[in-house]
Design a protein around this ligand. Structure first.
Ligand code: AP5
Ligand code: MG
Length: 227
């Protein structure tokens, strides 16, 4: 980044399941030099290491439902208070309900911070289904690939860190449909929530990965003067 002053950026990536929050969040994190916090990844780490929180979250995630707000909020806020977030962060998949958004506003205010911009990746449901059912992920660095749309150079191996790729339990077609339903009812109202305070920036997430990235970087330049 060219601006070297004491900036801090709190970006939110909004968008349905498979909209590209992980893919774009990873790229923005590298570009801006601030961490990406994915609530879904945090839950999956807990599930993988068999913590109590992981066991609880698993039952909701497997059904394509949301994990209760109080648990989610405290998990994300704990992560946000780690020192690597002092210059801000990219929130991927959080907030996802109006109560989560309100809690985030309150918590940031208490830390004398505020949300910089909400980047809303808009993608048609049909495309989301196709993307999720072909997705492969890296457990180590979190990079996201797709058998047809974005194949790794070597099948089953991460291009970035060389570790093994895996498919998510909740990417089965029936669970994907449930996740889309949950998104429509519980998360889409956030678009209005942020639009009315002038923070929402809509991007066409149905374009190629590179085109979406270009539009996101453009938005950071025009709306925030960074990059
Ligand atoms: P989470 O992990 O956040 O899943 P999600 O929101 O359903 O989104 P995904 O991670 O599936 O998609 P993505 O937008 O990151 O897309 P990606 O970049 O991978 O949450 C999982 C679960 O955890 C939830 O269902 C819930 O139970 C729980 N949870 C999480 N947060 C919560 C919260 N705040 N409150 C309560 N519960 C919570 O891309 C998808 C695929 O498409 C990849 O294969 C990728 O390579 C490909 N692709 C990406 N962009 C493009 C492009 N432009 N063109 C072509 N292909 C593309
Ligand atoms: Mg993701």
């Amino acid at each position: 980044m060219s601006n070297q002053g004491m900036w801090s950026l709190y970006l939110i990536l909004l968008g349905g399941p498979g909209a590209g929050k992980g893919t774009q969040g990873q790229m923005l994190s590298t570009y801006l030099g601030i961490p990406r916090i994915s609530s879904g990844d945090l839950f999956r780490e807990h599930i993988h290491s068999r913590t109590d929180l992981g066991r609880l979250a698993q039952s909701f995630i497997e059904q394509g439902a949301l994990v209760p707000d109080d648990i989610t909020i405290s998990m994300v806020m704990d992560r946000l208070d780690r020192p690597d977030c002092r210059r801000g962060t990219i929130l991927d998949g959080f907030p996802r309900t109006v109560p989560q958004a309100e809690a985030l506003d309150d918590e940031l205010r208490r830390r004398a911070k505020q949300i910089s911009l909400v980047l809303d990746l808009q993608v048609a449901f049909q495309i989301l289904i196709e993307r999720l059912t072909g997705r492969w992920l890296c457990r180590v660095c979190g990079a996201s690939f797709h058998t047809k749309l974005r194949p790794p150079a070597m099948a089953g191996i991460c291009d970035f860190c060389g570790n093994t790729l895996f498919q998510r339990e909740d990417d089965h077609p029936e669970t994907v449909v449930q996740r889309l339903e949950v998104y429509s009812h519980q998360t889409e109202p956030l678009r209005q929530f942020y639009a009315q305070v002038g923070l929402l920036h809509v991007v066409d997430g149905g374009q190629s990965v590179e085109e979406v990235q270009r539009d996101l970087i453009q938005a950071l330049k025009t709306r925030l003067g960074v990059g």
